[in-house]
Design a protein around this ligand. Structure first.
Ligand code: CU
Length: 664
């Protein structure tokens, strides 16, 4: 009876809290209007974000597209959208996932998956600093990590994460990008199998995966650590003195499977799991792992063949904590910690308990001392649980409600997002005093300072990534654009400069000085390096070949024609592969190609690249095709025809370019 009462009481409290979560968007509308019309312009914020015609922004910002599955590249401080990089979702604009070359990028153990939910862009680092080589991002839904090459701004590799469900605590690189990590959000049966959901505690597990990153960026699942089936929410790797460790937050240590909004909020403290990955490497070297069956896809795009290949892998190395002492420790952390963030020195590990009013900051030094003393509260599945009071390094008290994420400015200050009170709170690392607060519009999730999770933050701007837009932009029906806000953090007080819309949900973002990226950026692909098996390196090699029902068109484009541009002898029932090589060797001259009625997207081919459109004509006729990407004054003349004859036709295959150049 008593227990029941208590449960009901907690239930009511939680429901009130959840109601609060929904409130701030409504309560702040009048404030927002004042802010809109007053502060920003009066302080000449406009000149601070103005980037003149023809000038470059100072920073790149890579904004996750959330449920669009892509990455949006913006300039800062202008907020201008520069590019959408297709990553986990098909993209008709660029033909990604539609052309033959990129279809394998979206292959998984479940087959072709044309969509995902992309959350956390993570720049590669060298010695704890962003280096401008690559950006990684996690696919949440069908667990994957992608690597984008920042010389081409294209997705170069995607690896699936086996034995995982909801890849949220990912990718979060180590100090020299030795690894990117992936913790499962959902406990899942291990190995995946048909079992009763009620057998959760017995059959379900939580895996934390370490994905090695090679010199050229190539990824591999190096090992997994098998933990209890808690929900692993976010992660960050240590740096400096804590280099060698990665920290993962957990919630649902209650191990419930239904009505989690109440059931997973019972425990006063959940954990941060601290993984000593250098120790893991020792255990791997000693052979103390189990090789477990697993099925996961590894997809790689080759910049020279301009094609992706997909390989299925079938095993993974697993470390069991009870067999590997010193590998994992649990740090008790109040109330469903969400973000876990490590300060630039590597000493402080900030755990943001989203149902807590206080911010808990653990000390790495104290953690190591407690481990050396063997001072543990208990063990869970062979994992020592440290004593809260022995690892806590400081508490930021009553800073706000619903702390989520923290980044740093390199001046000894931290900035934490508070979802419920919809604000950014600036506080001092070490003295734990609150220095400043700035409202966000509305309901901030992540925040980002360029390099703000690295050893060397570039603490000039802060971007708030808000969940709700409400009255900030012209209404566009029931769905409004998602939004980011730019703050100047160079002074003592934060100053709101700009709102800018983003594509999909701007879940998290990372920023980097443009100067670190610019020297790497490619302007086109050298045609002499093109190793595509269906390349056409000059117009005179353009041709059409038949092999049974497969017709291969070796086509080229250069301003302003395709070669060939008249093709006859194609029949209903054929599979027509149009392999278009763009012969341009100049910056910013892609050509596109679209065929009337094709059940496919366009091709968008960069200079020196080859891409393939598969077209299966279903009816006889003469089908026009044309260039879709404006390329010259005679772009509108860049067109051609393909004649499609009946299945049993004896029209012979022919092609031509120009009146007199009939080719056979
Ligand atoms: Cu064109």
């Amino acid at each position: 009876m008593n227990q029941r009462f208590e449960f009901k009481h907690i239930h009511t409290m939680l429901l009130s809290l959840i109601a609060l979560l929904l409130l701030p968007a409504c309560g702040k509308l009048s404030n927002a209007v004042e802010e809109n019309q007053g502060g920003a312009l009066a302080d000449n914020a406009a000149s601070q974000v103005y980037v003149g015609p023809g000038e470059y922004d100072e920073f790149y910002a890579f904004m996750s597209g959330g449920f669009s599955g892509q990455i949006g590249v913006h300039g800062l401080p202008s907020g201008r959208l520069l590019k959408i990089i297709p990553v986990f979702s098909v993209d008709g604009e660029k033909g990604y996932g539609f052309n033959e070359e990129t279809k394998p990028m979206l292959n998984t153990s479940q087959g072709f998956v044309p969509w995902d939910d992309a959350h956390h862009p993570e720049l590669s680092q060298t010695d704890g600093e962003t280096d401008g080589r690559w950006i990684f991002i996690n696919g949440n839904n069908t667990p994957r990590i992608a690597r984008i090459d920042l010389s081409t701004f294209e997705t170069a590799e995607i690896i699936e994460i086996p034995n995982s469900g909801g890849n949220h605590s990912s990718p979060f690189a180590t100090e020299n990008t030795e690894y990117v990590v992936a913790g499962t959000r959902f406990g899942v049966p291990y190995p995946q199998q048909d079992v009763a959901i009620s057998s959760y505690e017995e059959n379900f597990k939580g895996t934390l995966s370490f994905i090695s990153v090679g010199e050229e960026g190539e990824m591999d699942v190096a090992f997994q650590v098998l933990l209890p089936a808690f929900d692993y929410d976010l992660a960050h790797s240590g740096k400096g003195k804590s280099h060698g460790w990665t920290f993962f937050t957990t919630y649902n240590t209650e191990q419930k499977t239904t009505m989690l909004e109440v059931a997973a909020s019972q425990n006063d403290k959940d954990f941060i799991a601290a993984i000593n990955w250098k120790k893991a490497e020792e255990y791997i070297a000693q052979g103390k792992f189990r090789e477990m069956p697993a099925r996961y896809a590894h997809n790689v795009y080759d910049e020279h063949t301009h094609m992706a290949t997909s390989t299925m892998k079938d095993k993974v190395r697993v470390l069991i904590p009870s067999e590997c002492p010193g590998l994992v420790y649990f740090l008790p952390t109040p109330k469903s910690p969400h973000g876990v963030d490590v300060d630039p020195t590597g000493e402080y590990i900030v755990g943001n308990g989203k149902l807590s009013a206080n911010l808990t900051v653990h000390s790495f030094t104290k953690m190591i001392d407690a481990i050396e003393r063997g001072s543990f509260e208990k063990e869970i599945a062979g994992i020592p649980v440290l004593k809260f009071e022995e690892v806590v390094g400081g508490v930021v008290e009553d800073a706000g409600l619903g702390p989520l994420h923290t980044e740093f400015d390199g001046q000894g200050n931290a900035y934490t997002s508070f979802f419920i009170t919809s604000e950014v709170v600036k506080w001092k690392v070490g003295s734990w005093e609150v220095l400043d607060k700035a409202s966000t519009f509305y309901s901030i999730g992540h925040l980002m300072i360029p390099g703000g999770d690295s050893k060397k933050p570039e603490g000039k701007y802060l971007v708030a990534l808000n969940k709700i837009t409400k009255d900030r932009y012209l209404p566009t029906g029931p769905e409004l654009c998602h939004s980011a806000q730019l703050y100047d953090i160079s002074g003592d007080k934060m100053k709101l400069l700009l709102d800018f819309p983003t594509m999909g949900e701007p879940h998290y973002a990372q920023g980097i000085s443009a100067a670190k990226v610019l020297p790497r950026v490619k302007k086109f692909y050298p045609i002499e390096e093109n190793k595509h098996p269906y390349r056409t390196l000059g117009e005179k090699d353009s041709r059409v070949e038949r092999s049974g029902k497969d017709v291969h068109i070796y086509m080229t484009s250069i301003r302003s024609h395709f070669a060939p541009d008249n093709i006859e002898g194609v029949k209903v029932g054929d599979k027509v592969y149009i392999h278009l090589t763009n012969l341009e060797q100049d910056w910013d001259v892609p050509h596109g190609l679209a065929v009337m009625g094709a059940n496919n997207a366009e091709l968008l081919v960069m200079g020196g690249q080859t891409e393939t459109l598969l077209w299966e004509p279903k009816e006889e006729g003469v089908y026009p095709f044309y260039c879709t990407d404006f390329c010259s004054a005679l772009h509108q003349e860049m067109q051609g025809y393909i004649r499609v004859s009946p299945r049993n036709s004896d029209i012979k295959l022919s092609w031509r370019l120009g009146e007199d150049e009939e080719a056979i």
